[in-house]
Design a protein around this ligand. Sequence first.
Ligand code: FAD
Length: 459
Amino acid sequence: MKERFDLIVLGAGSAARDAAGKAKREHDANVAIVERERWGGSCPNVACRPTKAYLTAAELVHDVNTEAANRGIAVSRAEIDLSRLRTWKDSIRRDQASWVEVLGEQYEAVSGEAEFVDRETVRVDGRELSAERILIATGGRTAVPPIPGLADVDWLDHISALELERVPESLLVVGAGPVGLEFAQIFARFGSHVTIVNHGTQIAARADTEAAVELMAALADEGIEVILTSGGIEQFTRNGTLIEAAITGGRVLTVSHVLLAGGRVANIEALGLDAIGVDASTRGIVVDEHQRTNVDGIWAAGDAAVGPLLTPTAQYQARIAVDDMFGNERAADYSILPTAIFTDPELGSVGLTEAEARAGGFDLEVVKHPLAYVTRAQFSTSKRGLYKIVFDRATRKVLGVHVVSRGASDIVGTLALAMRLGLTVDDMAMVHHVYPSYSEGLKAAAEQASAARGQTLRV
Ligand SMILES: Cc1cc2nc3c(=O)[nH]c(=O)nc-3n(C[C@H](O)[C@H](O)[C@H](O)COP(=O)(O)OP(=O)(O)OC[C@H]3O[C@@H](n4cnc5c(N)ncnc54)[C@H](O)[C@@H]3O)c2cc1C
């Protein structure tokens, strides 16, 4: 017999939990939440939080080894005990039993893999659940590129890399997006010899090019080599315990470990979408601005849907979908989306890159300020960094801000609101600032725009 609900959410990650919570809170909905593998989903278990936990350890190791002596702190060389770090990482996350208990108190928590029977019904481990509204929030996973020889390599992804007990001697990171860059720095700071191979002309493909170049220089200073290629890795060959990677152009790297971070694919194969006619590709389920799929009564949100692959956007999409389901239509808007890569320095961005603004036809100006001139940065030996503002020449409205510095994620996060309220570059120049802070560099950049008009001079 079918069990009937007001809403079924497939997956128990960030998007699914947000949707279930909102539907219950605001509409007193009777919700079923279905999870096949990892209650809580990726972000708290195997993605955002554990990687940031590792990054804090990497930063500490790095600071002790590069800064302590300058400050008159006598310590021996810091070294990571990966096994103990892993135990700490696991100790600060909610365990699976606790997730099931918390979610089970509010919803019908169903363990198992969901597959559509028809557009209102899913089958999970022999049970049939049905609802007028179904949200697909099944997330994504690491894409495995079709490189010859890869099948013979015990490659790592972000999940298995976080379970390693020993630091790899040498690590080849495939892909220079946020995941690849963060792991490259983590393991380089833990003592691995790290090389990144990236298809394309810059690291962090979505970032402003000058910001990406600055971050790449900071990583190079730490001994991380980045190989940018028009191709990529053409062949993997096992050589005893080592792995050889032949790169377009003729170079061959020999490493002990390979980490795949070249892209993501949506978890949709098991859902049986073809049977109910939901449009999708490996990039995800096709949705409109209300998160509706092409099939009535079925919405998709988070990494399972085409769109940004971030936790806050997964939650945002889930809320838009629930609003839409219950008659409060609103449209997704990503025009002012703050993002960050949590390397050290961080690369934080909000709004348009210079290239995007040019492609969008804006008559724009750009002002920049180097991190090295910011007082706060002078307390650290690393001076690589940049503040860049892209603004409209006529209206002076800020179109995009790109920051490479420690704390960049916080800087761009708070700027998003000001940009939403119509921030101009002159507002940025005139505003009071905290001294000495990393955000000060933005005011210094903005002052150049105002000074060029004879408005403000820096004192
Ligand atoms: C290494 C890494 C670091 C990241 N760091 C950040 C960060 O710092 N900040 C940020 O904003 N974003 C970050 N992200 C992205 C972020 O983790 C994702 O965007 C977010 O977790 C997506 O949430 P979701 O709910 O769409 O999917 P998920 O959290 O992945 O949840 C989907 C769930 O669905 C389940 N599922 C799949 N198929 C089925 C099925 N057929 N039946 C039942 N259940 C199913 C899965 O087991 C999974 O638990 C990071 C990603 C990675 C890989």
